[in-house]
Design a protein around this ligand. Structure first.
Ligand SMILES: *Cc1c(COP(=O)(O)O)cnc(C)c1O
Length: 325
C-alpha cells in the first residue's frame, strides 16, 4: 500500500491547489459549487498535466532519457506542459501533432514554439496513425544513439493515473477541513487518465463520491473501455484492489458538440458566465464544455437543488487565445 506515496516524483506543480467556493455561480444555479483549481498548478501556465508529469518525468529521468516525445492536437495543453517539463529538466522534446500545420500560430502552439520544442506534423487526423508517427520519431532518435521517453497522448498512463489518486487525497483533506460532503465531482474527460485517477482515488481512499465525466473528444464506449483498463492496470501496479462497478463509470457525451476542440455555443456561454460571476477563466476545449454540461444538468434538475458539486477545473486557459469564442 505505501507504494503510491513512495513513487518517484519530480516536483513541478504548486500543491495543494485551492478548493474555492463559487458563491455567485452557486446562487445562479441553485446548487452549491466548489471549484478545485487545478488550473492553478502553477508550472508553465498550469493545468492537470502538471500532476501527471511529475511522475512521468521522474520515470523518464530514472530511465536515463535525454528526450521526451509525445503527441496531441496543436492546442494540446499536455504537449505544452511536456515541452516545458523537458526544458526544466534540460531535456530535448519532440511533439507530434495530428493534422497539418495550422495557418496561425497562437495559444499553446505559440508556447510550444517559445519552448523550442521540435514540432512534427503527422498530416492525418487518425490518432492511431499519429501514435505510429510518435513511435517512428522515437525509433529514429534511438537509431541516432539518443534515449527517447515516449509519453502517450494526454499522459494517461498508470503513473498519470496515480497522480490523480493523490489529488483525490488532497481534495478529501480539503473537503474535510471545510466540512463539505459533495454529491458529485464533475470533470472533463479526454484521454481519460484524470477521470480514471479520480475514480481510482475514490477507491483508494474509500470515498464514495460519484464522478461525472463530460467527454470532450472520445465516444462514450471508448471512454468506458479506456477507464476500465486504466483503473485495472493501476490497481495491479499498486497491488491495491479497486473493484469498479460498470455503473460507477459515468461518461456524458451530451456536450461534446461537433467534435474535439470545436467550440460550442453552450460551452462559450458557460465560459462567459463563470468569467462574469466568479472572475475565473474556463477554456473552450475542455472545461467550458464540462461546465456547460453541469449548468444544463442543474437547470434540468438532474442535479437536485441544494446539492453540492465539486467542479474540477483542469486548466487549458491558453486555448482561449487560439480558439474563437
Ligand atoms: C488533458 C486535459 C483534460 C482531460 O484530461 P484527460 O486525463 O486527458 O482525460 C481536461 N482538461 C484540460 C484543460 C486538459 O488539458
Amino acid at each position: 500500500m505505501p507504494k503510491l506515496e513512495s513513487l518517484a516524483r519530480y516536483p513541478l506543480a504548486t500543491l495543494p491547489t485551492p478548493l474555492d467556493p463559487a458563491p455567485r455561480l452557486s446562487q445562479e444555479l441553485g446548487v452549491r459549487v466548489l471549484i478545485k483549481r487545478d488550473d492553478l498548478t502553477g508550472f508553465a501556465l498550469g493545468g492537470n498535466k502538471a500532476r501527471k508529469l511529475e511522475f512521468l518525468v521522474a520515470d523518464a529521468l530514472a530511465q536515463g532519457a535525454d528526450t521526451l516525445v509525445t503527441g496531441g492536437g496543436t492546442q494540446s495543453n499536455h504537449a505544452r506542459m511536456t515541452a516545458a517539463a523537458a526544458r526544466k529538466l534540460g531535456l530535448d522534446v519532440t511533439i507530434v501533432f495530428f493534422g497539418a500545420p495550422p495557418a496561425t500560430v497562437n495559444g499553446n502552439l505559440l508556447l510550444d514554439q517559445l519552448l523550442g520544442a521540435e514540432l512534427v506534423y503527422a498530416n492525418t487526423d487518425d490518432k492511431l496513425e499519429t501514435d505510429r508517427v510518435v513511435q517512428r520519431v522515437a525509433d529514429d532518435l534511438r537509431a541516432r544513439g539518443r534515449k527517447p521517453y515516449v509519453i502517450p497522448v494526454g499522459g494517461s498512463t498508470v503513473l498519470g493515473c496515480c497522480s490523480y489518486i493523490l489529488a483525490v487525497g488532497e481534495l478529501l483533506a480539503q473537503l474535510e477541513a471545510q466540512s463539505v460532503k459533495p454529491d458529485y465531482v464533475f470533470v472533463a474527460t479526454g484521454s481519460c487518465g484524470t477521470q480514471s485517477g479520480i475514480l481510482a482515488g475514490m477507491k483508494y481512499y474509500q470515498a464514495a463520491i460519484p464522478v461525472h465525466g463530460i467527454t470532450v473528444s472520445r465516444a462514450k464506449s471508448e471512454g468506458v473501455e479506456r477507464i476500465t483498463r486504466l483503473v485495472k492496470s493501476t490497481a495491479e501496479f499498486l497491488k491495491c484492489p479497486m473493484p469498479l462497478d460498470p455503473d460507477e463509470i459515468i461518461i456524458n457525451d451530451g456536450y461534446l458538440g461537433p467534435g474535439y476542440a470545436i467550440p460550442t455555443a453552450a460551452g462559450n456561454a458557460a465560459i462567459r458566465m463563470v468569467a462574469r460571476l466568479e472572475g475565473i477563466f474556463l477554456d473552450p476545449v475542455y472545461t467550458g464544455k464540462t461546465m456547460a454540461g453541469m449548468i444544463d444538468l442543474a437547470r434540468r434538475g438532474e442535479i437536485k437543488r441544494g446539492a453540492t458539486v465539486v467542479f474540477w477545473h483542469t486548466g487549458g486557459v491558453p486555448a482561449i487565445f487560439a480558439i474563437a469564442g
